[in-house]
Design a protein around this ligand. Structure first.
Ligand code: UDX
Length: 463
């Protein structure tokens, strides 16, 4: 029998996975309760901005392999594998809200009428699968077999399609070997598809942005597969994100010492990064981490540790250091334009939590803008993709959303780079020098060439 897949949730993980599976040849239902999103996907488009995804969605719809629906009764009875890719937001206390996971699994059980593998891809606390299995046992009154597999997702926003095609690892936590084999088989087909893909049709930021070296060194499929216990798979996803967040906060603390001593953070990070035990990645100091994953996963891990009476104070510090980065930026700003920020015009370039996405969840840039406004400044902000999202989230009489770098910099007392979009990295700041009130640049992502900028007569502070 040809496998038919349903994927619940049409966010970055769900829709990207569905679009890639459908292009790789699988009949794939993409399920969401939000009718607007489903209608957008039906028209061959993604409801969110993600480099390269539109081409995949459009082709999948055209060939008829991607079936968007709001209906579990249309999709589940036809499927033998269901991926859960719904949101798992934070509760007020930092614990993870599993409402959408349980609701979707409940709907799946109600509508299933033959054996089924449920693949848990949403990021969840360890032992969630056990709770799901218990619920399945209680609710599954039909004589069908439902397996739960944990296959956490490691894709990064802004390269979601690339990461799905050229995944660095597939972790499969399963109690039943046959169920694990089935999931591995699907990814084997994705891997084969990735090798014959017509790049010209899909080429976009995600491909340009990712190094050829990575592809040349990508290990064989078998070497990228890790079979684990279900609980290990669940735990290792949150562990990975907490660890990466820790690296960033570590780098930010070292950068604070650099500021006081004259050491240069880049040199320190380059030096320690040459130690293969440490590595160079995720040691870039700046405004700090944000997005839909790191803040939530660090809090979730702290919560899990507390629940099992494990003292994990180091993660409390990671969080504290990250939120403290806003103060660090404000102090740097004061070094550039003086103690009194009231009435000053500040340009903030970048609203998204990182370049290549319109996602502003927990964006440090937005937190910074809120603080700057509290301090009495007037903020002119510009982002190539995230302005509409930001407008939905935050408005103030002292915040102006602008539609170009040039207009955002007009009469500015300081240009703050909050997100390292290519547009900002490659911009010729000389061209707007005369329109500024003061020639100040605060580079919160260390992404500009300090020597060139200062040679051009700017006062420059980075991290
Ligand atoms: C992350 C994980 O990388 C991914 O594996 C997981 O599946 C989801 O969470 P993502 O949230 O897309 O992916 O963003 P990522 O590229 O990891 O960056 C997270 C944040 O850290 C961004 O705000 C980024 O600006 C910041 N960051 C990253 C730093 O401040 N310094 C660094 O050195 C690296």
């Amino acid at each position: 029998m040809q496998d038919i897949i349903s994927i619940v949730g049409t966010g970055f993980v769900g829709l990207t996975t569905a679009a890639v599976f459908a292009n790789a040849g699988y009949r794939t239902y993409t399920i969401d309760t939000d009718e607007n999103k489903i209608n957008t996907i039906k028209s061959g488009k993604s409801p969110f901005y993600e480099p390269g995804i539109d081409g995949f969605v459009e082709r999948a719809i055209t060939i008829g392999n991607l079936i968007p629906t709001t209906s579990y009764s249309e999709s589940i009875p036809n499927s033998n594998i269901v991926f859960i890719c719904v949101g798992t937001p934070s509760n007020e206390d930092g614990s993870v809200d599993l409402k959408y996971v349980f609701e979707s699994v409940s709907s799946i059980i109600e509508n299933a009428n033959s054996d089924l593998i449920i693949v848990q891809k949403s990021t969840v606390p360890v032992e969630t699968a056990r709770r799901l299995e218990k619920m399945i046992q209680e609710k599954n009154k039909k004589n069908i077999k439902i397996d739960v597999v944990s296959a956490p997702e490691f894709l990064r926003e802004a390269s979601a399609v690339f990461d799905t095609l050229f995944f660095d690892r597939l972790v499969v936590g399963a109690r039943n070997n046959e169920a694990a084999n089935k999931i591995i088989e699907i990814y084997k087909n994705v891997d084969s598809f990735s090798k014959v893909i017509n790049y010209e049709k899909f080429i976009d930021y995600a491909f340009n942005n990712t190094s050829k070296k990575y592809l040349d060194n990508l290990p064989l499929f078998e070497k990228r597969i890790l079979r684990t216990k279900v609980e290990s798979a669940e735990l290792l996803k949150v562990t990975a994100n907490s660890f990466l967040a820790m690296k960033i906060s570590f780098a930010n603390s070292i950068a604070r010492i650099c500021d006081e001593t004259g050491a240069i953070s880049k040199e320190v990070m380059d030096g320690i990064g040459m130690d293969s035990r440490i590595g160079r990645s995720f040691l870039y100091p700046g405004l700090g981490y944000s997005g839909g994953c790191f803040p939530k996963d660090v809090s979730g891990m702290i919560n899990t540790a507390n629940e099992y009476n494990v003292d994990f104070g180091i993660l409390e510090e990671v969080k504290k250091i990250n939120s403290g980065q806003i103060n660090i930026v404000v102090n740097k700003l004061k070094r550039l334009i003086g103690e009194n920020l009231e009435g000053k015009k500040i340009t903030v370039l970048g609203l998204s939590f990182k370049p290549g996405t319109s996602d502003i969840r927990k964006s440090q840039s937005i937190y910074l803008i809120k603080r700057l406004i509290k301090l009495g400044t007037i903020v002119n902000a510009f982002d190539p993709k995230a302005t509409d999202e930001a407008k939905k989230e935050f408005n103030d009489k002292n915040l102006n959303y602008m539609n170009s770098i040039e207009s955002a910099c007009q009469s500015s007392d300081c240009v703050v780079i909050a997100t390292e979009w290519n547009e900002f990295v490659n911009f010729d700041y000389n061209s707007i020098k005369e329109t500024l009130n003061n020639k100040n640049i605060l580079d919160c992502r260390n992404c500009l060439n300090k020597d060139k900028i200062t040679e051009s007569g700017f006062n420059y502070i980075g991290f």
